[in-house]
Design a protein around this ligand. Sequence first.
Ligand code: AMP
Length: 187
Amino acid sequence: MTPRYPTSPMTPSHPTPAEIEKAIRNVPDFPKPGIQFKDITPVLADARLFSGAIDLLTEKFRPGDVDAVVGIDARGFIFAAAAATHLHAGFVPVRKKGKLPYQTHEQDYALEYGHATIAIHVDALHPGSRVLLIDDLLATGGTAAAAADLVEKLGGKILEVGFLIELSFLNGREKLKGRPIRSLVVY
Ligand code: AMP
């Protein structure tokens, strides 16, 4: 039988992180003046880059190693859901407050101005679940740290936190307090 991993028949050659970086579009002053928005839609639109990004984000693991891939609202869902099918793991959404229909645990975190709240279903993970947490981008780290706290509140064990992009000058890693991090493209 042809081995399915590490390369699938649909991805004849892996893109390098530099190729992924080239496809990321910088949009100045979006959604407000002074923000340089990293637009990942060109990566998603390119079959080789998208599936290659998933291969790289899941590189450390094989099917059976991870019970759940937790994705952060909203662009994190895209990568986390694809990673979940790749690893034969479940997918769990962490959503902005007020979006999940069942009982939730909520976690507040600080933004540059003000604060935000994210939520997870109370029964989304079994205690001891092995979790890969994924978002599209690590900036100040507030969002990912709040999501990591929610996972751990449910008894999940975070194996790794994965990002397509890390804005390293914002020191978001520090907020993740030693949890293992993988980021594919670092600015
Ligand atoms: P933070 O909590 O500061 O780490 O912000 C991370 C979240 O905000 C992620 O879910 C990103 O999708 C989004 N985000 C923050 N800064 C940017 C940016 N420059 N471009 C695109 N998304 C961003």
